[in-house]
Design a protein around this ligand. Structure first.
Ligand SMILES: Nc1ncnc2c1ncn2[C@@H]1O[C@H](COP(=O)(O)OP(=O)(O)OP(=O)(O)O)[C@@H](O)[C@H]1O
Length: 255
């Protein structure tokens, strides 16, 4: 797929009261990629995603497909197919899985269409239920789902909104091994016709599921490439371990 379908960030800068949290970042994430964004605490990962989704003011350029995102309000960026999850799942706990997905789908359809009485489960909702593996839990209140299932429901809510760029903030934090595996498989499925950017500290998950990796440090891109390339980069080892290593072994952790 063409890079033009993906995310193009050029010279992105975000400052808070004179402190530069994102300092001239350029990134290209082609459609179909699963890009992991890693870096020590305070590297600027969340701020970068905040800038892409319109939550903080930034300078430079963020293009998704043919659209410039910088300067647009949050809801317009969302309408352009940019979806995001946060570290804590934000589902409607009292509503069923199906109702959560239906509301998310309705947000895209618009109130006029939402107000029409529909029979049965809309196609995109049924498809999302299958993709996120919750078809057997459709009627269950979201609040009673397991931790991992809530994260998958949130991803499903982005799918029914037809998000083409998914920005996921630590999606496997607090998950069991089985839930991590299932989440990795889910990312592989959704990335077939979407662009996926994952902020993650879990290095084992990264090794297994990242297609490409960007390492941020102090608001700048420190290193970029495949998992193997980034692991072998002495600058990355320095940041994670405090010193370069000879063996080419992986960074031991992000915290
Ligand atoms: N609203 C804000 N006002 C002032 N400083 C901020 C604000 N948001 C973030 N920062 C600062 O910007 C820097 C980057 O923060 P950010 O949360 O983007 O890092 P991060 O890489 O996501 O870190 P973590 O892995 O801990 O989530 C930090 O020094 C943080 O304190």
């Amino acid at each position: 797929m063409s890079e033009l379908d993906g995310l193009l960030i050029r010279d992105l800068r975000v400052s808070f009261d004179g402190f530069t949290a994102v300092d001239g970042v350029s990134l290209t994430v082609p459609s179909g990629d699963i890009r992991f964004l890693i870096g020590p605490n305070g590297a600027g990962k969340t701020t970068l995603v905040d800038a892409v989704t319109g939550l903080v003011r930034a300078t430079g350029s963020v293009r998704f497909g043919t659209h410039e995102l910088l300067g647009r309000p949050v809801h317009r960026i969302s309408r352009l197919g940019v979806g995001r999850t946060f570290q804590t799942a934000t589902v409607f706990e009292e509503l069923s899985v199906l109702q959560n997905l239906d509301i998310a789908a309705g947000a895209r359809r618009g109130w006029a269409i939402l107000a029409r009485r529909r029979r049965g489960v809309p196609d995109e909702v049924a498809a999302a239920l299958d993709t996120i593996g919750l078809a057997g839990h459709a009627e269950q209140p979201a609040g009673t789902l397991a931790h991992g299932q809530k994260q998958w429901l949130e991803i499903g809510m982005l799918l029914v909104q037809d998000a083409k760029l998914l920005l996921l903030d630590e999606p496997v934090a607090g998950m069991s091994h089985e839930e991590r595996d299932a989440t990795g498989a889910l990312l592989e499925t959704v990335s077939r016709d979407r662009t996926v950017v994952v902020i993650e500290h879990d290095m084992d998950f990264l090794r297994r599921f990242a297609r490409t990796v960007t390492v941020l440090h102090a608001g700048r891109v420190l290193s970029e490439g495949t998992v193997a390339q980034v692991q072998a980069d002495p600058r990355v080892q320095e940041v994670y371990l405090g010193h370069p290593v000879d063996t080419g072994s992986a960074p031991s952790g992000g915290e």
